[in-house]
Ligand binder design. Structure first.
Ligand SMILES: NC(=O)c1ccc[n+]([C@@H]2O[C@H](COP(=O)([O-])OP(=O)(O)OC[C@H]3O[C@@H](n4cnc5c(N)ncnc54)[C@H](O)[C@@H]3O)[C@@H](O)[C@H]2O)c1
Length: 316
């Protein structure tokens, strides 16, 4: 029983599958070679992350394929409904990377309030000759403690982010049209925990009252944050998008950064991924990461073992 992990899989997942008699292939097969490779090697399970596309043509051309697995959340690269209609199992690991994405949001926020995104660009250039000037330019930082974080989309990652914010001493408000109320349990290292009961505010209220805004919604047809939304935010707000490119209007974002409405942005995802706009990449007020929200060793291990246990229970 052969499984092809075309975009890679953690060793923990390979081990768990091999223990149950599966053979795991980790060759990265080019998209156009995938159909013959699957058929010639009698692959029954195809595991992907976000790179490999699993469309109707592949599903039709590989009749022995029984399962498609996505390591992670978004399934936009898989024709899920069609695969299920054809009798294939389609699985993913929605919860495995929430904490990793939430921590990356805070990396952008902590970096943002102390200008690290810019200091890290300027120090190698001028750190030895203009130390005092640089010290002055980055001296006006602020603290996160005591400020209000507005979370748009209060699912798994939104709530994981909110818990870190509460631990840091921030006030958390949220907007989620499908979740009126939420109870959050913030756990500490010694077993203590504190619970918080929150209720969704309107989108306008969240935009108007937040010092920092972070987005955790699924891919949408329309922008969640565009010109109209930036206009009603407080002046000088910081915004982070580690959800999906296309959730924030990047043209409106650049305008808001340039007219001072927004003080900084942290972006892990981009409208024109994998070729983000140069204007975004070069902007001095944007903290940038190349879609690495879920890419921690811990999350990849959880993804690997979660995929393995689902495959074992479905195919053995
Ligand atoms: N940066 C990364 O590497 C990375 C990794 C994993 C997931 N993600 C992305 O993070 C996002 C959230 O993932 P999740 O696991 O928390 O999903 P989730 O389904 O648990 O939560 C999404 C929440 O958004 C809410 N929502 C939907 N439309 C909304 C809207 N217009 N306004 C406000 N709320 C809305 C839903 O009710 C839901 O509660 C997804 O887009 C996912 O693709 C990014």
């Amino acid at each position: 029983m052969k499984i092809l992990a075309n975009d890679g899989i953690a060793q923990s997942g390979i081990q768990a599958l091999e223990n149950e008699g599966f053979e795991v292939l980790t060759t990265t097969v080019a998209q156009e070679q995938l159909i013959p490779y699957i058929n010639e090697n009698e692959i029954i399970g195809l595991l992907v992350r976000s790179a490999t596309k699993v469309r109707k043509d592949l599903i039709d051309a590989c009749p022995n394929l029984k399962l498609i697995g996505r390591g992670g959340v978004g399934m936009d690269n898989i024709d899920v409904a069609y695969a299920k209609e054809k009798g294939l199992y389609v699985i993913n690991t929605p919860a495995a990377s929430s904490e990793s994405v939430a921590e990356l949001v805070f990396a952008h926020l902590f970096g943002g309030v102390r200008y690290l995104y810019d200091a890290n660009r300027q120090m190698p250039l001028d750190g030895d000759s203009k130390f005092k000037q640089l010290k002055k330019s980055y001296a006006g930082g602020t603290e996160l403690r005591g400020k209000t974080l507005g979370v748009i989309g209060f699912g798994r990652i939104g709530r994981a982010t909110a818990k870190i914010a509460l631990g840091v001493g921030m006030k958390v408000i949220y907007f989620d049209p499908f979740l009126e109320k939420a109870s959050l349990e913030v756990s500490f290292f010694d077993g203590q925990s504190v619970s918080f009961d929150l209720a969704s505010l309107s989108k306008e209220e969240v935009l108007q009252s937040s010092d920092f805004i972070t987005l955790h919604v699924p891919a949408q047809k329309e922008y969640v944050i565009g010109q109209k939304e930036f206009a009603i935010m407080k002046d000088g707000v910081g915004i982070v998008n580690a959800a999906r490119g296309g959730v924030v209007d990047e043209v409106a974002l650049v305008d808001a950064l340039e007219n001072g409405k927004i003080s900084f942005a942290g972006l892990d995802v981009f409208e024109s991924e994998p070729n983000p706009e140069i204007k975004i990449l070069m902007h001095p007020k944007i903290s940038l990461t190349p879609h690495i929200g879920a890419a921690t060793g811990e999350a990849q291990n959880r993804i690997g073992t979660e995929l393995a246990s689902q495959i074992i229970s479905l195919l053995k």
